[in-house]
Ligand binder design. Structure first.
Ligand code: ZN
Length: 153
């Protein structure tokens, strides 16, 4: 009896978005990028992690760590309230970020945040109002494979 061997090729990328709540305004120095006044509200950070998506997300959630990425500085004050995973997606990190930036009410507070290596204005997009997050699909609509809400606290 012949055995069928199926090889799944992974051609897409592994992306994630952290939805971060900053409950009060905070002035934060973001490494060499400089000092920024972050208003209270919700921040969507878009990143990618090759073959280590869960490890990367776990690192973001972990409290104490060396400041390595721009996001580490914000996470000293902000709280991750939602994580969206986009595994093996055809979207690029910058496409996903751009789509978030195109959402109504988006603002950029810290230019070049997380986007030192690309042409995006910032990989951190600010939304003042939580209504964007009341709909479960608001940030999941590009990735049906996304697991959606992850309880962290
Ligand atoms: Zn980008």
């Amino acid at each position: 009896m012949a055995t069928k061997v199926v090889i799944y090729m992974r051609s897409g990328s592994d992306l994630y978005q952290l939805i971060i709540l900053l409950s009060k305004p905070q002035t934060i120095r973001v490494g060499k990028l400089g000092l920024f006044s972050f208003p209270a509200g919700y921040y969507v950070y878009t990143g990618s992690a090759k073959n280590e998506l869960n490890a990367r997300i776990a690192r973001h959630i972990r409290g104490r760590k060396k400041m390595h990425w721009h996001i580490d500085f914000l996470l000293r004050y902000g709280r991750i309230v939602k994580v969206n995973r986009y595994q093996n997606t055809n979207l690029s990190e910058c496409n996903l970020n751009q789509r978030t930036e195109n959402k109504h009410g988006s603002k950029i507070i810290a230019p070049r945040f997380g986007s030192s290596d690309c042409n995006c204005r910032s990989h951190l997009i600010y939304f003042e109002k939580p209504r964007h997050f009341s709909s479960k699909c608001y940030f999941d609509d590009y990735a049906p494979e996304s697991r959606g809400l992850v309880r962290l606290y």
